[in-house]
Design a protein around this ligand. Sequence first.
Ligand SMILES: C[S@@+](CC[C@H](N)C(=O)[O-])C[C@H]1O[C@@H](n2cnc3c(N)ncnc32)[C@H](O)[C@@H]1O
Length: 284
Amino acid sequence: MTQDFQAIPLGTYDAFKDATSWDEETSRQWVDTLNRRSAASDQIQLRARLVELAALGQRDTVVEIGCGTGALLCDLARKVGPGGRIIGFEPQAAFAQAAIRRLHTAGYESVSEVLCKSAEHLPLADESAAACLAQTVLIHLPDHILHRTLREVIRVVRHGGRVISIDQDGDTWVIDHPDRELTKRIVRFNSDQRYADGWTGRRLRRYFRQAGLSSVEVHTWPHTDTDSGTYLFDMATRLAGAAADVGVITTSECNTWLAQLDEVALAGHFFSSINFYASVGIRT
Ligand SMILES: C[S@@+](CC[C@H](N)C(=O)[O-])C[C@H]1O[C@@H](n2cnc3c(N)ncnc32)[C@H](O)[C@@H]1O
C-alpha cells in the first residue's frame, strides 16, 4: 500500500525543513551534494550569469542569503574586488563553515563574512547593499516566511540595486527511464513534497512584482546531466529512496526503479534535466 499524494500537504518532506538540526552525517552528505551541484559546468555558467545580472561594481557590498557552501559568494567576491564586501547568511552550521573555508582558501577572508543566521531578520542597515541574491533558497521557504524574507532583502538593497532569486521548478525535472508511470510519481513527489513550494520558479516574477520591485526580468537555464555520479543522478537516487521511506512508492518499486536506472546509466544513456528560473528586479 502506498500513501495517496492528494492527502499529503505540499512541502511536507522538504529536505531543508529541519536543516539546522541535522546530525553530522546528514550535514556532510548535503555539503557533498551542494558541492557536487556547484561544480557542474551548467552551474558554473549559471553563476557567472547571475553575477553579471547583479550589475555590481568594484567596491560594492553584496549580500547572499542561504549561501550554502559558498560557491556564489566566491564568484561575487571576485567581481567586487578587494575594496568590496561580501556578506553571506546561512542558518545551517556545516554549510556556513564550509562557505567560510571556501572563501578563506580562495583568499577572500578580508572582504567576506558569513553569518550563521536565517534571512528573515538581517542585521544590516536599510539600503546598505548594492544587491542581494538567493540561489535555490526561496523554494524551500513556507509562503509567509518567503514573503517576509523578500521584504527584508528589499529593505537592505539600495535604490536602483538588484534583487535576484534563482529557483528550480519541480515539474520541469525530466529523466529518461523505462518506467514512465513510476517516474511520474517520483517527479510529482519531488515537486509537491521536497520543496516548500516546487512551483516557486514559475511564481518568482509575480512575487517580485507584488513586493514592489520594478523592471522584473526572468532568465531560464536548464541544468542537464548525462552521467552517473552527477548531481541529477544523485538527486534521482535520493528522491526514489525518500519516496519509498515516506510510503509514496513501495520499497520494491524503489529497488526496481533504481536497478533500471543503473542499467540505463551503464549503457551510457543517462539523461536528466531541470529548469532554473532567475528573477531579477530593481529596488525602486
Ligand atoms: C538548496 S540549499 C542552496 C544553498 C546554496 N544557495 C546553493 O545554491 O548551493 C538551500 C539553502 O537555504 C538555506 N535556508 C533555509 N532557510 C533559510 C532562511 N530562512 N534564511 C536563509 N537561508 C535559509 C538552507 O540552509 C540552505 O543552505
